[in-house]
Write a protein that binds this ligand. Structure first.
Ligand code: 4H3
Length: 244
């Protein structure tokens, strides 16, 4: 899987792409990230990437010329690459979109700065606009990293066996149950007995209930999309009753 990132801040990506799961995936060659410096596609002496907006108003807009050249360069050997613009007005990215996108081979991510990019670039080249949430960033770069990380985790071999089982558990669509490790007692708080019982069926049942409970409390909206057993439903009814 290849990610081309078009940016005016190529150094931004240096350490995030070296560390952890993503760093290992790149080292192993499972994921290929190419940083494209937008300034390399400018034509004037000042290497200009922005200009004042038509119609007036504050801030600057990314000029279309260099963006067109950079995108064309990235598409050179693969006309089918998916061009994504990171933008607060895009579709809000989630696990499901991540799943869909993980079936694709090649992405070109455009990182905007200033007020954004000239709309004609969106019209002519952009396949999808994605947002990582309802807030504004000073550039698309952090959002690009978030999306690369989330999609790469779903590429076979990127996660170890242990980790990918965990990924599967997100497929339940529930928030995660609480985790504990040593020591058995910490600041007067003990690890729940059931986790020390060695009874795996019982532990599994407890974790399911904790996941249902925390999802019910924090993100009840998620429960509508989750597959629930009769036992789950009964437990949720019990929670609702207690909440009244
Ligand atoms: C993406 C990009 C938020 C998100 C972004 C998000 C700066 C796009 C500028 C950059 C434009 C203003 N902010 N929520 N910001 O995913 O170039 O929108």
């Amino acid at each position: 899987m290849t990610f081309d990132i078009i940016t005016i801040f190529p150094n931004f990506f240096e350490s995030p792409l070296r560390e952890g799961v993503l760093g290992r995936a790149i080292k192993k060659g499972l994921i290929n990230v190419r940083i494209i410096n937008l300034r390399d596609f400018t034509t004037d002496r000042h290497r200009t990437t922005d200009d004042r907006p038509y119609g007036g108003g504050p801030g600057m807009v990314m000029i279309p010329g260099p963006l067109k050249e950079a995108i064309t360069h990235a598409k050179k050997d693969d006309k089918d690459a998916t061009v994504i613009l990171l933008s607060p007005r895009g579709e809000v990215f989630d696990h499901e979109i991540s799943r869909e996108l993980s079936k694709k081979e090649h992405f070109i991510l455009i990182c905007g700065r200033y007020e954004g990019v000239d709309e004609r670039i969106v019209k002519a080249f952009v396949d999808m606009e994605l947002s990582i949430g309802d807030f504004v960033l000073s550039g698309g770069e952090p959002a690009a990293l978030v999306i690369i990380d989330a999609i790469s985790r779903l590429v076979p071999g990127v996660l170890g066996k242990e980790e990918s089982a965990k990924e599967d558990s997100f497929a339940t669509g529930l928030l995660e149950y609480p985790h504990y490790t040593r020591p058995r007692e910490f600041m007067g708080m003990a690890v729940p007995d059931v986790l020390l019982s060695g009874d795996h069926k019982k532990i599994e049942g407890w974790r399911r209930k904790e996941a249902l409970k925390i999802t019910f409390e924090r993100r009840p909206d998620l429960l509508k999309r989750v597959e629930l057993s009769e036992e789950d439903k009964a437990f949720l009814e019990e929670l609702k009753r207690k909440n009244r």
